[in-house]
Design a protein around this ligand. Sequence first.
Ligand SMILES: Cc1ccc([C@@H]2N[C@@H](C)[C@@H](O)[C@H]2O)cc1
Length: 448
Amino acid sequence: EISLKYGAGRLGKRQDADMKRFRDNRLGAFIHWGLYAIPGGEWNGEMYGGAAEWLKAWAKVPADEWLKLMEQWNPTRFNPKAWAKMAKKMGVKYVKITTKHHEGFCLWPSKYTQYTVAQTPYKKDILGEMVKAYNDEGIDVHFYFSVLDWSHPDYRYDIKSEEDEIAFARFLEFTDNQLKELATRYPTVKDFWFDGTWDASIKKNGWWTAHVEQMLKEMLPGVTVNSRLRADDYGKRHFDSNGHLMGDYESAYERRLPDPVKDLKVTRWDWEACMTVPENQWGYHKDWSLSYVKTPLEVLERIVHAVSMGGNMVVNFGPQPDGDFRSEEKELADAVGRWMSVNGECIYGCDYAGWDKQAWGYYTRKGKEVYMVVFNSPYSRHLVVKTPKDVKITKAVVLNGKEVGVKETARNEYNVDMPAKDPGAPFVIKLQIEDNTNAADKYREALT
Ligand SMILES: Cc1ccc([C@@H]2N[C@@H](C)[C@@H](O)[C@H]2O)cc1
C-alpha cells in the first residue's frame, strides 16, 4: 500500500450507533427543490428533456439571469407538516434535502451569499421548517450539498494559474463557512451527502475534502458523510489509491444498481443508492411524458434490490414551485407506504442474506430470520431455495398471511410452496432457519 495523507480515514464498516441507525433506516426519500422548479424544464418557450435542475446549463442561461428566478420564489402551498406526513406514510426513515444545488440558491438564509430564501418573496427559512417538520415525525434529516456552485464567481472547474489558485481558495473558505453554518443552525442533521465534486479543481484539493469530513465530524459527532465528497492525495475519488472506501458509505449508485450476482463485492461496505422516478428528472419537470416513468412496483423492486445487497435506497421527489407535489409522486408515496406497512420488516434493519439469488426475487436477512421477497411467480408454483451449507429451513410463513409448505428436494435445496391464493402482488415469506454453520467449525476454547 502507498502512504496517503488524505486517504480513507477508517478501514471496514463503521459499527457505531449512528452508522447502525443510518444502515437500519434503509429507505429514504430525496427532495430536490430549488429555483429550477419554477421553469420546470422549459426556457423561452422551449422544453428541454434533460434533467430539470440542469436547465440553466441546457438553455445556456447566464447565472445572473437564472438567479432572477428568486423574484418568483414563493411556494404558497408549501406545508412542511403535510410533507412530513407524506414521508411518514411512505415509510421512509430519512429525507435528504437539497440545501443548495449547483445553481447556488440556498434553502436556508445563509449569511455568506445573497442567493437565499431570505431574499425571495417567501423570506422564511424553508430548510428550518422542513428539518423541524420531519424531525417532529421521527424522520431523520440528511443534507444534500453541492460543492459546485454556478452562482459563485470564485468557483473554478480547474486550477490553471495563480489567479485560479487564489480565487478557488476563497471559494473553499466560502464553502467551509456555509457548511459550518448548516451544522450550527441545524444540529439534528444526521448526514451530509456531497455532490458536484467531480471537477479537477476538487480532485487537486483532496486535502480539503478530508478536512471537510473531519470538520463536520468534530462539529456533529456521529454524522455520516458520503464517499462522493472525497478525493485522496492523488485525486482518486470514492475509493482511495489503495482501494479503500473514503467517507462512511459508497454513493456512486445513482440511477443504477449493482448486479445481484456479479457485483457482490458491494456487500463488503456500506452503500446508498438514489433513484429518480422518470428516467432522469431530479428537480420538478413539467412534462413527464418525455421519458419512461417507473411504476410503484418498479420503484419497490429497486428498494428491495438495494437492501438485498446490503445497501440503502433513496427515492427522489421533485416538489412543484408552489410547494405541493405532483399527483404521480403522491400516488407513489401512498403505494410504497401501503406495501411497507405490511412488509416493512423485510427492509428495516435488514441486510444481505448471503444466499444465491433466485429468479423469483430477493432475499434479505435480519439475524436468524431470512425473508424471501417474491416479485416473480413461477409456473412450477414452487419457489426454489438453495441454502448455504449447514443451513436448514424449518418453517415458512407469508407476512400477514399463512404458513406455506417447505419440501427438501436435495442437499441444501428446497421447494417453498406459493401461497394457495396468489397474492397478485409482491409478497414476503419469512423463513425460520437452523444455521449450524458456526457449530460445525467452532473450535473448542483451549483449556489453559
Ligand atoms: C452528470 C450529472 C451531474 C450531476 C447530477 C446530480 N446528481 C443528482 C443526485 C442530482 O442532484 C443531479 O442534478 C446528475 C448527473
